[in-house]
Design a protein around this ligand. Structure first.
Ligand code: GDP
Length: 329
């Protein structure tokens, strides 16, 4: 009954109809994380002020009933799904059950509840790891589901692919304006700096800082140093998300990146330079390299008129500053 009603309402033509006014209620699921907090910063800077905030203690996104209750009460106009269980290569590899199950639960609950509550537009955030391990580089959106995934993050990737497909299904079956964007590797304030669960950039910032402070001569980097990754500052991601909310209404996925990649060796050297660590790099080749290269093709986003603004060195320096004030203290 509810689904039928929603089908009728959502089936109205809606492309190009989303105009975000500053009072519109926007729910950022996962507002405390790296991505969610950047989105809130950006939205507030732009003058949006109707932004309900719930942390995990107030709303457990893996609890279906609680999520439906929240949506029925709050009735947000726009939703950004930035909530996810995330982690670096080690965490992903060690805990596939949690990465698959938690992410499926969170996204299923939020996307379904958004539909039931009549949300006008939803942005689901995926990841560049949804693409095949040996995808063509730079990776176009059309590479999705054309080959096998990288085993170290397969569980997370499968969950994210299911999220994309769910959004597309709501678009096809109910005419919902649920879009999906695929960010490349992200970094910035509020990143996770735990060495067991973090991604490479935050991990190396911490390691370089601690090596410098401890006057240690050697910094251990995982793998061979040869894999290549693209790094986007999370403030650029937030800017791209707002851009897409206002100008992109297609269920087809769209990549968000900066268009340039570096090897892990180059990244480590750059981080050491920014931090001021002058010792040597040592390579722990018992740790996995993961995907050999992940560089997104961002032609589609560029053609819409968006581009990143934060160069890598500047972004790393700013993140190091945040780390010093918020984590190293
Ligand atoms: P990925 O992009 O999903 O592979 O995730 P990560 O950001 O965790 O790792 C990217 C690459 O950095 C992999 O080749 C890792 O082996 C390498 N790497 C080097 N040192 C580290 C480290 O200290 N932590 C992490 N997480 N990765 C590291």
């Amino acid at each position: 009954m509810i689904a039928q009603r929603r089908k009728k309402e959502n089936a109205k033509p809606r492309l190009g109809q989303i105009i975000m006014n500053k009072g519109e209620k926007i729910f950022v699921a996962g507002y405390r994380g790296l991505v969610g907090s950047a989105l809130i910063r950006r939205l507030e800077r732009e003058g949006f002020h109707n932004l309900p905030k719930c942390d995990r203690s107030q709303l457990d996104l893996s609890d279906e009933q609680a999520v439906h209750g929240f949506f029925a009460q709050e009735k947000p106009a726009i939703v950004i799904v930035a909530a996810a269980k995330v982690g670096g290569i080690k965490a992903n590899n060690d805990f596939p059950v949690e990465f698959l199950l938690d992410n499926l639960r969170i996204q299923n609950n939020v996307i379904h509840a958004a539909h039931e509550a009549g949300v006008r537009k939803l942005l689901f955030l995926g990841s560049s790891c949804i693409y095949p391990k040996f995808a063509p580089q730079p990776i176009p959106e059309t590479a999705l589901l054309t080959g096998s995934l990288e085993p170290t993050n397969e569980a997370y990737a499968i969950a994210k692919i299911a999220g994309i497909k769910l959004c597309q299904a709501y678009a096809r079956e109910y005419g919902a304006n649920f879009i999906s964007a695929m960010p490349t590797n992200l970094y910035g304030p509020n990143d996770n700096f735990d060495l067991n669960t973090s991604h490479v950039l935050a991990a190396l910032l911490r390691k370089a800082h601690e090596a410098k402070m401890g006057k240690v001569r050697e910094l251990i980097v995982w793998g061979s140093g040869n894999p290549r990754r693209e790094f986007l500052h999370v403030d650029d991601l937030a800017s791209a998300c707002l851009f897409l909310l206002e100008r992109y209404d297609s269920p087809e996925i769209i990549n968000i990146g900066c268009g340039e990649d570096v090897s892990i060796r180059e990244l480590a050297e750059l981080i050491c330079d920014v931090v001021g660590f002058e010792g040597n790099l040592a390579w722990d080749t018992t740790k996995p390299d993961g995907t050999p290269r992940k560089l997104l093709d961002i032609t589609k986003l560029r053609n819409l008129g968006w581009q990143p603004t934060i160069p890598l060195r500047e972004g790393i320096a700013q993140t190091y500053d945040w780390f010093l004030k918020n984590v190293a203290r």
